[in-house]
Design a protein around this ligand. Structure first.
Ligand SMILES: NC(=O)NC(NC(N)=O)C(=O)[O-]
Ligand SMILES: [Zn+2]
Ligand SMILES: [Zn+2]
Length: 528
């Protein structure tokens, strides 16, 4: 106003000039704002009203629905970048490299992890949470809190060790109810392939339609009464039904051999010695099971009668004959994947103290040479992925006082510690962050049919872990453990590297340095 008057113009002219000036000013402002928006410069102005509307739900420790996670080391499908991940409505909205983001994020909320690693959340395709029915062994609340504290954003629950086992539509419903409002990370469910349903295609189809992500079977006794073992005919039939749904069959590949039991008794071995237990489950048990499996896995090849089905070998321990057979079958086009677990990569038979039944699992942890070979196979790509096979029980069942390896319940408890355990041993083998993300996120997501999970990519769920590979900690009773019975974990007493700092599930900050979000907002994942 001062400007036109000062020029000495008439009153009418001044008003006209003022209107024009205002119009031009408004036009320029709007134009600049549009330009800014297109360049992402003023994005923050949009954020604040959005954030103000986000009601605190208890699902997240962060009261933002739209924010950025920044770090110098973000593991993406295009390598490790320095920059930021934009999260909006639970998904990855954009990925910005550091050199491109100046001015991009002015006032938006940034969670900066500095030099710490930002990686896709771990997907554990093999965990026994024992709920319903045996939640005194673990249970959904403690198990999924432990998962969150360990950087696991999704886990697929095994169909056995709960009571009842998940082997039908009805028992899946019980699982779903047990998980409802009690899970802190996303949880999917494998269904059991057992003799009762294996030869009943209608029952199996109904079970798969109800949403189990795939099936799991045992080729030896599972130790659980309502989860009997399957023979190769059951497995063949199971694969043919799975083919229609394009879902996998996971197999515990060990078969019992009569000769083994005799040799242990004959030798009068000491049950407190790990070597005694090791003799009861030699590599030939895995090898024979795998030989049998390969007679039907050829059906999964392109053009084969069960094309679309997939065979997944859980917790491979034998890195010799069994692995060689599987490599050949993969090479000839059978649809097969292999998992092993951090305990087979971290421990070797000769280190297991007498009577320390925390280390008892099946198949067993073998010698140091086998461990080296497992690492070779994993880093070389012959083993596809890792899982925890978290299989806890009541401490009493581990018979820690007697230390009887033959009578103690088997299973390693590890859920919360698998990331540091993998990293602690893996760094000696030059393992990269991309490999960790591939073994723990990308490949497991594919196996479980989770197409919007497994990598930090635009459009995917914002399932993310931030962790510090350089940070060491003692895993002792002073460490905050969330699994129900930390004392029975084989990792207790170890020094581990790689501290989980924060875990995000679908954009919700569910865990941050010892604190969990109060509400259990994990999703139950059913196959569509
Ligand atoms: N009933 C079980 O939990 N078994 C598990 N036990 C192990 N791995 O020792 C398994 O996955 O085989
Ligand atoms: Zn098993
Ligand atoms: Zn298991």
């Amino acid at each position: 106003m001062i400007f036109p008057l000062a020029l000495g113009l008439c009153c009418n002219c001044t008003i006209t000039y003022w209107i024009m000036y205002t119009l031009v000013f408004m036009f320029v402002t709007i134009y600049q704002a549009c330009l800014g928006l297109m360049a992402g410069l003023e994005l923050n102005h949009l954020i604040y009203p959005l954030e103000a509307r986000t009601a605190p739900s208890g699902c997240s420790l962060l009261p933002h629905n739209h924010y950025w996670i920044s770090s110098k080391r973000i593991v993406t499908q295009d390598g490790v970048i320095s920059g930021a991940v934009e999260i909006k409505d639970g998904k990855v909205f954009s990925l910005v490299k550091e050199e491109d983001w100046h001015g991009y994020i002015r006032n938006g909320h940034i969670v900066d992890f500095g030099e710490a690693v930002v990686m896709p959340g771990l997907i554990d395709v093999h965990a026994h949470l024992d709920d319903p029915g045996r939640d005194d062994w673990e249970g959904f609340p403690s198990g999924t809190r432990a998962a969150a504290a360990g950087g696991i954003t999704t886990l697929i629950d095994m169909p056995l060790n709960s009571e009842p086992s998940t082997v039908s539509v009805e028992t899946l419903k019980l699982k779903m109810n047990a998980a409802k409002n009690r899970i802190f990370v996303d949880v999917g469910f494998w269904g059991g392939l057992v003799p009762d349903n294996a030869l009943n295609a209608t029952a199996l189809e109904g079970f798969l339609r109800a949403g189990v992500l795939g099936l799991k079977s045992f080729m030896c006794p599972s130790g659980i009464n309502d989860f009997p073992m399957t023979n190769i005919t059951h497995i063949k039939e199971g694969l043919s039904v799975l083919a229609k749904f394009k879902r996998p069959l996971l197999v515990h590949a060990e078969v019992q051999e009569d000769v083994v039991g005799e040799s242990v008794e004959d030798d009068k071995n000491d049950a407190r010695l790990y070597s005694t237990y090791l003799k009861t489950r030699p590599p030939s048990m895995e090898e024979t099971a795998i030989r049998n499996l390969l007679t039907v896995s050829e059906n999964t090849r392109a053009g084969g009668p069960s094309e679309g089905a997939h065979l997944h070998i859980v917790h491979l321990s034998d890195a010799q004959s069994s692995l060689d057979l599987l490599k050949k079958a993969k090479g000839r086009g059978d649809s097969i994947s292999i998992e092993t677990c951090p305990h087979y990569l971290s421990f070797s038979a000769d280190e297991i103290p007498d009577g320390d039944t925390r280390f008892k699992c099946a198949p067993p942890i073998r010698d140091a040479d086998n461990k080296e070979k497992l690492w070779e196979a994993l880093t070389g790509g012959d083993i596809d992925m890792l899982s925890s096979d978290h299989s806890p029980s009541l401490p009493d069942l581990k018979l820690l006082q007697e230390g009887d390896f033959l009578k103690a319940w088997g299973g390693i408890s590890s859920l919360q510690y698998v990331l540091p355990a993998t990293w602690t041993s893996g760094r000696k083998y030059g393992v990269t962050l991309e490999q960790i993300a591939s073994w723990w996120s990308e490949k497991p997501a594919k196996l479980a049919g989770q197409h919007l999970k497994g990598s930090i990519a635009v459009g995917n769920y914002a399932d993310i872990v931030a962790w510090d590979p350089e940070s060491e900690f003692d895993l002792d009773e002073n460490h905050s453990s969330y699994i129900k019975h930390p004392s029975i974990s084989a990792y207790m007493g170890r020094k581990l590297s790689g501290k989980v700092l924060a875990t995000f599930v679908r954009g919700n900050l569910v865990y941050k340095e010892g604190e969990h979000a109060p509400a259990a907002c994990g999703s139950r994942l059913l196959a569509q």
